[in-house]
Design a protein around this ligand. Structure first.
Ligand SMILES: *Cc1c(COP(=O)(O)O)cnc(C)c1O
Length: 398
């Protein structure tokens, strides 16, 4: 695959955001990682191996689907869905894990560690490691392990070792802290596989590049169907990898409006949501300068969202930059509105979305009506909803 260089350098900065705010012991491994990534991302044999895996193992290219019923019922722009939900594992995460596991193998690392929140990245890591013959160990907050038992079983079936994390709020941010701690200690043989476009440089750039295949395909597909670019692209933002993945190849097409949708939770009061760009402030977390949810002492606030994949108190640094330049508009959608969108897509198109992209869908439904019927808008359907059926059932069926 063709991997475009970041337009905004010097070294891992997006404007002032990003950087490498890490203990000194991690500077050398990050530099090694950056050099290896630079080398292999240009190596034809690496690119060929990744392309083959993305096609024959993960199921790329994913289709672009015109949601005719939704479009008719809303009466505005044509709504297209980029079907990342059809990938192996049920979400976009496999695009990144295959890329990074392949890189780790080229670097001669024998052991892969990863953090996971809901367990989706843990499962995608365990899959890629099983397929490529590497050992994986996954850090997961004890609280999340309780909430997402099925994914814990999946990871174990796939051969991964799962380490419970008992520090802090026993959720995703603590699992990332624990992974960074492990990496510092075992850096010789260990590769840290981060799951979103977050963390110290080079992760935000590297994960963005691996996910940018989404937008590259979507651009070709929509041009083939409509003979012009979409009026808008909408994607949900947790750490920000599926959204930057679909936005990347459209950033310079200024006629295409880009919308990132965060988790509005119950409401926009501290502790009740996970909308770092909409309601957060600048600070440093997990090695990057970015927007995050913090109190006046700089302590990270608790977050809340019906969708575990969006339940993270910070966001990737490129999004912080894109917010400040105004190129991407960020907003938040509530739990209830996401659930309604989940139901609407299920009923009207026979597609159950994950609750994460249901946030983007909800926003898109409102937006579609503002455009004429000859226009199109594109929603990134980042994952499928099987994992969320119980939550939806509790809300709608009982
Ligand atoms: C993990 C996940 C997300 C959120 O992560 P990003 O890095 O923001 O993409 C969104 N959708 C699905 C289906 C996920 O599994």
């Amino acid at each position: 695959m063709k991997i475009k260089k970041a337009p905004i350098q010097p070294r891992g900065r997006f404007g002032k955001y990003g950087g490498q705010y890490v203990p000194e012991t991690l500077m050398k491994p990050l530099q090694d990682l950056e050099e290896a990534y630079d080398e292999y991302s240009r190596d034809p044999s690496f690119k060929k191996e990744l392309r083959n895996l993305l096609e024959s193992y993960a199921g790329r290219p994913t289709p672009l689907y015109l949601a005719r019923n939704l479009t008719r019922n809303l009466g505005g722009a044509k709504i297209y869905l980029k079907r990342e939900d059809l990938l192996h594992g049920g979400a976009h995460k496999i695009n990144n894990t295959l890329g990074q596991v392949l890189l780790a193998r080229r670097m001669g690392k024998k052991r892969i560690i990863a953090e996971t929140g809901a367990g989706q990245h843990g499962v995608a890591t365990a899959m890629a490691c099983a397929a490529l013959g590497l050992q994986s160990e996954i850090y997961m907050g004890r609280e999340d392990m309780e909430r997402q038992k099925l994914n814990v079983y999946r990871m174990k079936m796939l051969g991964a070792e799962v380490h419970p994390v008992d520090s802090g709020s026993r959720t995703l941010k603590d699992a990332i802290n624990e992974s960074l701690r492990d990496w510092v200690t075992n850096v010789e043989n260990t590769y840290y596989l981060l799951g979103s476009a977050v963390g110290p440089h080079p992760y935000p750039t590297m994960v963005r590049d691996f996910q940018s295949i989404i937008g590259r395909e979507a651009r070709q597909q929509i041009l083939a169907r409509e003979d012009k670019l979409p009026s808008a692209i909408i994607a949900c933002v947790g750490g920000g990898s599926n959204s930057i993945g679909i936005f990347h190849h459209f950033l310079h097409d200024l006629e295409v409006e880009l919308y990132g949708v965060e988790a509005g939770g119950q409401d926009i009061r501290p502790g009740q949501h996970a909308a770092a760009l909409v309601a957060g402030s600048e600070g440093v977390l997990h090695g990057m300068l970015t927007y995050l949810l913090q109190d006046t002492n700089g302590q990270v606030q608790n977050t809340r969202s019906i969708s575990a994949g969006l339940d993270y108190p910070a966001v990737g640094p490129e999004h912080a930059y894109l917010k400040n330049t105004g190129r991407v508009k960020y907003s938040a959608v509530s739990d209830d509105d996401a659930l309604d969108a989940f139901k609407r897509l299920s009923n009207q198109e026979g597609i159950m979305p994950a609750l994460e992209p249901a946030h983007a869908l909800s926003y898109a439904f409102r937006l579609a009506k503002k455009y004429p019927t000859k226009d199109s808008i594109l929603v990134n359907l980042s994952g499928r909803g099987d994992k969320d059926v119980e939550i939806a059932a509790r809300h709608f069926i009982q």
